[in-house]
Design a binder for this molecule. Structure first.
Ligand SMILES: Nc1ncnc2c1ncn2[C@@H]1O[C@H](COP(=O)(O)OP(=O)(O)OP(=O)(O)O)[C@@H](O)[C@H]1O
Ligand SMILES: [Mg+2]
Length: 371
């Protein structure tokens, strides 16, 4: 039985429709992540589920019960907001137990819950401090703790890590993932950070302009993006997307763009033939899927088939530790390549690269859909 179901959900502000009849089913105990660029409608969707925004059309079902007319407190939901606000006069323990105290839960139960959640969030030493005596990251963790002490069946998070530095974000992300393994709850998590989405979500829902563009596991979205938008949005550094056309050459279908000629693998060629009215195509290849085929002494290996390689001139090499990101050029195209840093390359060098087998994505430039 699905736990939460959005059925043709619509949101309008005055004349402007910002959520366009989206359908979404979240299974029991699933961690769902809504991800997409700023303004795509993530918070609005979450706030409708929580009951903080009215619904303009369609329905929200929780456990098969329509809830769009219920008050927020009747929905058995706890929410952590993008802009958290703690009670400044209460210490951490009091802030975290606020909802439980309102519900008049027994003191022993409250203490146990606060102790447990504080330990999980690394806040045990701060229980007696006031918010003003905490760092931004600690405050954000208290805001999260305030929701997690609650016994709700569904937890909604709206960018709960947005105010943290990279290190703390990483720590809390791991903390959430661990907690996720321990407590079986429905969680819906909003972020515009695709790394957060990929690492946390069982199901990732990519939104754009008030539409759901694709949903699936991190692996599905990464390996089979359904559109140019999803391809460019998921993955870091982003996928190289090159506009060009298709040409038949003997038995092979070849992708052609300024400075690039690449023979397409048979499966993609077959799919492209099946869509025979496509002329403008976009080829996608991830920076990590371009493999250096030249040996370290720069001698070209004898068995390289030129039709399956790209000759790219290195413009820049950015060292980021174990990997280096190369900015390269061929004709008018600029491509990024992720290389292990041990393969030392210098700007100005021209090198041969080969796409990893199965790593080429092809899209119809007009419809933007995957071929
Ligand atoms: N109260 C409102 N009145 C009118 N338009 C609104 C209102 N709230 C949000 N919008 C519009 O609805 C759209 C979706 O906004 P929403 O806050 O859901 O985006 P978001 O995906 O959460 O973005 P961000 O990542 O920046 O938080 C935006 O175009 C926004 O301008
Ligand atoms: Mg938002």
């Amino acid at each position: 039985m699905p736990r939460i179901h959005l059925d043709s959900l619509v949101k309008r502000y005055g004349q402007t429709e910002v959520i366009h009849a989206i359908d979404l089913t979240m299974e029991d105990n699933e961690f769902t992540v809504l991800v997409g660029p700023s303004g795509c409608g993530k918070s609005t969707t979450l706030r409708m589920i929580a009951g903080l925004e009215t619904v303009s059309g369609g329905e929200i079902y929780i456990d098969e019960r329509p809830v769009s007319l219920l008050e927020p407190k009747e929905r058995d939901i706890a929410m952590v907001f993008q802009d958290y606000a703690l009670y400044p006069h209460m210490n951490v323990a009091k802030n975290m137990s606020f909802a439980l105290r309102l519900e008049k839960r027994p003191r022993a139960e409250i203490n146990q819950k606060v102790t447990e959640v504080a330990a999980r969030l690394g806040l045990s030493d701060y229980l007696h401090r006031k918010p003003a005596e905490l760092s931004g990251g600690q405050r954000q963790r208290v805001a999260m703790g305030r929701a997690l002490t609650r016994d709700a069946s569904t937890f909604l998070f709206d960018e709960p890590l947005s105010n943290l530095d990279a290190k703390l974000r990483g720590q809390l992300r791991a903390e959430l993932a661990l907690m996720r393994q321990q407590v079986q709850k429905n969680m819906i998590y909003v972020t515009h950070d695709q790394i957060e989405a990929m690492t946390l979500g069982d199901r990732i829902v990519v939104m754009q302009d008030g539409y759901i563009r694709q949903q699936g596991t991190a692996e599905t979205l990464f390996k089979e993006p359904a559109s140019i938008f999803v391809a460019g949005f998921i993955g870091s550094p982003p996928m190289n997307l090159i506009q060009g056309s298709l040409q038949q050459h003997n038995d092979n279908l070849v992708f052609v763009a300024s400075g690039i000629r690449l023979e397409l693998p048979d499966d993609i060629a077959a799919r492209a033939h099946a869509n025979n009215n496509i002329d403008a195509v976009t080829l996608g290849i991830r920076p990590s899927d371009l493999v250096l085929v030249q040996s370290p002494d720069r001698a070209a290996p004898d068995n390289t088939d030129a039709a399956q390689t790209l000759s790219l001139q290195v413009l820049l090499s950015e060292y980021i530790g174990a990997q280096s990101i190369l900015l390269t050029q061929s004709g008018e195209q600029q491509l990024r390549v992720e290389l292990i840093s041990a393969d030392r390359v210098a700007p100005g060098e021209t090198l041969l690269f080969k796409p990893r087998p199965g790593s080429i994505h092809l899209f119809d430039t007009t419809s933007e859909n995957r071929i």
